[in-house]
Design a protein. Structure first.
Lengths: 849, 350
């Protein structure tokens, strides 16, 4: 019957319309039936990034040109628009080459382009020139870009839509349609991207003959290389960058520099020499690049959104509130991973500190971990007990319920360090540190390391772990974790095949855990409790009877009652409860993720609960035996005949047992559907029907030795004494349970829905009063340019070797229409903002001024 | 956008939709009654149940008290007989003893006479199964297959009728009641039929079909402890003889516990006894056949009346009163706890 319940739960998961992805036409699928209740106990989620948290789609979402920020959704009056009053996206129909999938909401930028703002033109010109994208024109006007990194593709597409269409390139030229005019630039040099430079530049000669260097790169690098006269503009742009970063966008700074013909000649000569130098070629080139990318003029900044899957930040927020720790294990680079961490709210600026472990040697890693721990210890010590008390008082004012006393920490660790951290002597140390942190991000990890991390947590934490991923590189992790969830997405089906559950969007995870998992756990616990209870109540009667029948193993009940008790009389009601019971409606369990906690702490079925169930069962069995015993000893029927015969006793005890157990299931069932009604009343009816059938003349005539209880039911159950006995047994068995349950509800109501409800209504009201404010970020700006980018493509393009091979398997990208999540994000940010510290609030004010 | 909208329906036609049905059942949204323990329901149920139990308990106690019951332990009073019966070789020697008693008041109404046994484990498993219901139904069955052993057949192969330990150990004392009225002794008329369940008498027990009873039981022998064969249990009444003898039927309905009483006779309400047993001196004449000393048992003879709730058993009434009191008290305790807690709750809600 446990299996039946699990199967039912699996079907409910498969049938859930809210976990059906219309776009991919895939419903959720429970590929195993045995893990449903563990879904209600998950404490650690290990998530892949690409394809799981993100869609692996980059979208150009904002930019700052010459100190003016574009990209905010605005309503008619120029105020920042709220979610739901989104205007139409900007109409790019003037541009026949525009990508129809690109969407932008700030029409002022397009107006600026149309008005011929030179800065804006230069901005987009840069975007259309400074990249390593390949274009392919299948037919007239149908352009396809093949970008090495999706960020770059997004930028070029943005430029394309704003009228600066990158048409084609040859090794020495780049053709751009600038507002309809085809202009061919001579490509003089590509100063390629690498991880140290964190920027790329192109040097082009315009048709007019001017030589200009266009550069885009990480803000930290580029802002240092600007010409001093840019100081004012830099300040404004920096504010914008902070703003963008606060929204979890990847930022890039764009700059240009005019080069003198003579200087360029000289430089390119030296470049040529350096390029052909026999030794230290790289160093020499780097020095040359460094030299020319200097004293540049700031153009602006771009902000690219690494498009998260729908509802990811919300899901992560809810899961975090549900006390589930989310670890992101990704093969991506540290910057990308951290960026995603911010954009999906795993990392926030409200965190006390984000520890970054990047050591390459054992000692370094150990030292870094130790430092991180010390810091956390210090913080919690300095805060002391007074703080924790205060925090308890003010906890209702905080949006994040899960404030650790010691503050919030996050750990970012990369693959090299992880390899050391996972060594036998350090793994405990690592785990302790990591578990003290609210969020853990492991970047550049191999699939094996993913599995090792999961294994580590499994080994030491004794917690239920869940791994979610979509690609083949997640398979090991999915298999290692207790529960594996596969995202049936673009990256094939290996992950799905290895998984226990599969669906197509990360956001369904919250429903799987908080609704299905919670219910499954609750139902399974209730089922098990009841199961033990009813069997103990049933069996222990024999034990007591043993004292009175010389321990001769004489059964109290009719043999058929023993056979049918568990399969007919009491199976279906508890099955119905196990399948259909709901303590709170699904919306509530999503609204109040705290409801998930009993599962993690295994509060509903642990040793204590087990013994309570058994004690209840034994208590019931005692009454079930001794009340009829007291009544039957020396008693006679109302017609004077003997009452205390074995068969009457058996029928009385059996009947009261069935009734008590049915009343008990009625008490346990919190959700009486028609099916529950049918099963509970049906079971009682079936009991009496079968009882009378078994005790009927006909069966006895056929098998006199088997059905020797003939006539017993009608004789015994006609006695008022018997019914009074049954009633008394029922009352005495049930009333204490009712009393205890009610007192528990009354005295320790943490699980009571009503109290929780008022508690959270209050919180909701508070949230509504909170003003929606944007918050700037200080000092945690993240420049995300093409960190998934690799070096060498510039050279390849310049050499022209790959021109015919442009349709190589470069990662293609597509700018998807930007969904409403920017707004959601901002709103969230706003609500988070009020709890943020004063520095960010101050920054906010300066921003607004 | 255009090609997207035209694209989707096509796909929809090509593949059947995998979207789950939006039925209340599948979406777990069945309409349901969600009972909750509230202070009102809990308290009202406690007080109602308390009141109900108290009233039922009082009724039970009152009616149980109105039952008149007299019980005599005659296992010691007939000590000679009990000693005689200790030796089984004396099985065919008759032994009588008598027990005198005085009724100070009349016992009005139907008076039932029981024999009571103590320490006789009729509920022992080996004992309970040691019978053949098919045989008792008058069927010609192979009792070897039943659990009657060792009381199945004699060494010479003659089957026992009835077989099994229950039948073999049948209570075979005969008890008569005499009313001593003005030095004349009147035998109290006792009914020996109509004491068993109708279903037992008419369904469960049947004599083998034959032109007369002794021929029906031809080829069988009495159980070893019996003094006479089964077809001589009641020679006066054909319908109370053989397997359908009431005393036999009642004995065959084994008791649940080691102490039990079985209905033996009913006082026939005629002449002086039309209203029951009048006050006066009485004597039980007991033919002492059933040995109890070996298993340290006791034998009683009991006279009792009954009411709607059966014979005199105060347990149920007391249990109901106790339960009712407990439920009411619990109700008060819960009220007190709840009232005390409510303050905390409002504070908590601020």
């Amino acid at each position: 019957s446990v299996e039946v319940i699990r199967l039912g739960h699996s079907y409910f998961i498969n049938w859930d319309k809210k976990m059906y992805c219309a776009k991919r036409r895939t419903p959720a699928e429970a590929r195993t039936t045995t893990l449903n209740e563990e879904l209600g106990q998950v404490e650690y989620i290990f998530s892949d990034k690409t394809g799981t948290l993100t869609q692996n789609i980059m979208v150009f979402s904002k930019c700052s040109v010459n100190g003016h920020s574009y990209g905010d959704v605005q309503d008619v009056l120029g105020h920042k628009a709220e979610l739901g009053e989104r205007p139409e996206p900007v109409d790019f129909s003037f541009n026949p080459l525009a990508d129809p999938r690109f969407q932008f909401w700030d029409s002022s930028l397009l107006e600026a382009v149309k008005l011929g703002d030179p800065h804006v033109h230069e901005f987009f010109r840069l975007l259309s020139l400074c990249h390593t994208v390949m274009s392919e024109e299948k037919s007239e006007g149908e352009l396809y870009y093949k970008a090495q990194s999706p960020d770059e593709g997004a930028l070029v597409t943005a430029a394309r839509n704003f009228g600066f269409v990158f048409r084609s390139r040859t090794p020495k030229t780049i053709t751009v349609h600038e507002l309809g005019r085809a202009i061919t630039y001579q490509l003089l040099a590509i100063l390629d991207f690498n991880n140290i430079r964190k920027r790329m530049s192109v040097i082009v000669r315009s048709p007019e003959g001017k030589i200009r260097l266009y550069c885009k790169g990480a803000d930290t690098i580029l802002l240092e290389r600007l010409h001093p006269i840019n100081q004012d503009l830099t300040n404004v742009t920096t504010d914008h960058l902070n703003e963008y970063a606060g929204e979890g966008l990847r930022t890039l700074v764009l700059a240009y520099k005019d080069l003198e013909e003579s200087y360029y000649e000289d430089w390119s000569e030296r470049l040529h020499r350096a390029g052909s130098a026999p030794e230290a070629r790289e160093d020499r080139l780097a020095r040359l690049y460094d030299e020319v990318e200097h004293d540049m003029m700031l153009l602006g900044a771009t902000a690219i959104e690494d498009k998260l899957q729908q509802g990811v930040p919300e899901t992560i927020a809810i899961l975090t509130l549900a006390n589930i720790k989310i670890w992101v294990l990704t093969g991506d680079k540290q910057e990308t991973a951290v960026n995603i961490g911010y954009s999906c709210k795993m990392l926030t600026d409200d965190m006390t500190e984000v520890f970054v472990v990047t050591g390459h040697t054992v000692l370094e890693v150990r030292e870094e971990l130790r430092k991180a721990r010390e810091k956390m210890m210090d913080a919690s010590r300095s805060m002391g007990n007074g703080f924790s008390y205060q925090e308890k008082l003010s906890s209702s004012k905080l949006t994040s319920v899960l404030e650790a006393i010691a503050g919030e920490y996050a750990l970012v660790i990369n693959g090299h360090s992880l390899a050391h951290a996972l060594e036998a002597d350090m793994e405990v140390e690592f785990l302790e540190t990591a578990c003290a942190c609210k969020a853990v991000i492991c970047c550049r990890v191999t699939p094996l390391q993913k599995a090792q991390v999961v294994e580590l947590v499994k080994k030491y934490k004794k917690a239920v772990t869940l791994a979610i991923g979509d690609g083949a590189n997640d398979v090991s992790m999915i298999k290692t974790a207790h529960i594996g969830v596969g995202i049936s997405g673009q990256e094939g089906i290996q992950a799905v095949l290895a998984s226990d559950y599969s669906f197509s969007q990360f956001k369904f995870l919250q429903r799987l855990l908080l609704v299905h998992g919670r219910w499954s756990y609750l139902r399974m616990c209730k089922f098990l409790c009841y199961f033990f209870y009813k069997n103990f109540a049933f069996t222990m009667v024999h034990f007591w009877f043993g004292f009175f029948c010389g321990f001769s193993a004489q059964t109290v009940y009719d043999q058929y009652f023993i056979t049918l008790y568990n399969i007919v009389y009491t199976s279906l009601p508890v099955l119905a409860m196990g399948v259909f019971d709901q303590d709170v409606p699904e919306q509530r369990s999503m609204e109040y993720p705290k409801l998930y906690e009993p599962g993690q702490l295994n509060l509903l079925f642990n040793k204590r609960e087990f013994f309570i169930c058994i004690a209840q069962g034994i208590y019931t069995s005692v009454l079930m035996f001794f009340i009829p015993y007291g009544v039957f000893a020396d008693a006679t029927r109302d017609d004077g005949a003997q009452l205390a015969d074995y068969q009457s006793f058996a029928v009385t005890v059996a009947t009261s047992l069935v009734i008590v157990v049915s009343v008990q299931i009625g008490l346990d069932t919190g959700f009486w559907t028609a099916i529950n009604h049918f099963f509970i009343w049906g079971s009682l009816a079936a009991y009496f029907a079968i009882l009378f059938a078994m005790h009927s003349d006909g069966l006895f005539q056929m098998f006199p030795n088997q059905f020797r209880f003939v006539g017993n039911a009608q004789n015994t159950l006609a006695q008022p004494t018997v019914w009074l006995t049954i009633a008394l047994t029922t009352v005495v068995c049930i009333m204490p349970v009712v009393a205890f349950r009610f007192l528990k509800l009354d005295l320790k109501p943490e699980l009571s829905d009503t109290v929780r409800y008022t508690q959270l209504v209050r919180k909701k009201q508070k949230t509504q009063h909170r003003c929606m404010r944007r918050v700037g970020r200080v000092g945690s700006r993240r420049s995300g340019y093409a960190f998934s980018h690799q070096e060498g493509f510039g050279e390849l393009i310049m050499s022209g070797k790959n021109m015919r091979l442009s349709s190589l398997a470069l990662s293609s990208f597509a700018a998807r229409p930007s969904a409403g999540w920017i707004e959601t994000l901002r709103k969230k940010k706003g609500s988070d903002g009020s709890t943020a510290g004063s520095p960010s609030a101050a920054a906010d004010k300066t921003l607004k001024v | 956008m255009k090609n997207k909208t035209s694209f989707l329906p096509q796909e929809g036609e090509a593949r059947p939709s995998r979207c789950p049905d939006n039925s209340a059942f599948k979406q777990q949204k069945l309409p349901a009654w969600k009972p909750q323990l509230t202070i009102e329901t809990v308290l009202s149920s406690f007080f109602l149940i308390g009141a109900f139990c108290l009233s039922v308990g009082v009724c039970l106690i009152l009616s149980a008290n109105s039952v008149r019951e007299i019980q005599f332990d005659y296992s010691d009073k007939c000590s000679d007989c009990s000693k005689l019966r200790e030796n089984s070789s004396n099985w065919n020697k008759e032994c009588h003893c008598s027990v005198n008693f005085t009724l100070k008041e009349d016992i009005l109404g139907d008076v039932f006479m029981y024999y009571g046994l103590q320490n006789f484990y009729q509920n022992h498993r080996r004992y309970v199964i040691s019978r053949s219901d098919a045989q008792l139904l008058g069927r010609n069955v192979n009792i070897q297959k039943s659990y009657c052993a060792p009381f199945t057949t004699y060494r010479n192969g003659t089957p026992m009728a009835p077989c099994g330990a229950i039948a073999n150990s049948m209570f075979n004392d005969s008890i008569d009641l005499f009313y001593n009225l003005n030095s004349s002794v009147i035998q109290v008329p006792l009914l020996k039929t109509g004491n068993s369940w109708w279903t037992d008498k008419n369904v469960k027990f049947r004599n083998p079909k034959s032109y007369n009873l002794s021929s029906a039981f031809a080829g069988t022998a009495r159980p070893p402890y019996w003094q006479k064969p089964v077809y001589l249990l009641d020679e006066e009444d054909e319908r109370n003889n053989g397997y359908v003898n009431d005393d036999f039927i009642i004995w065959m309905r084994v008791s649940a516990f080691a102490t039990f009483r079985n209905l033996y006779r009913r006082v026939r309400r005629v002449r002086q006894f039309a209203d029951g047993l009048p006050a006066g001196n009485y004597t039980f004449h007991i033919s002492y056949n059933f040995p109890v000393t070996k298993f340290k048992g006791r034998k009683h003879v009991i006279l009792s009346t009954v009411v709607w709730s059966g014979g005199s058993n105060p347990f149920l009434g007391i249990a109901y009163v106790v339960t009712g009191t407990a439920a009411t008290l619990t109700g008060f305790v819960i009220t007190a706890i709840h009232l005390k807690l409510r303050k905390k709750k409002t504070y908590f809600q601020k």
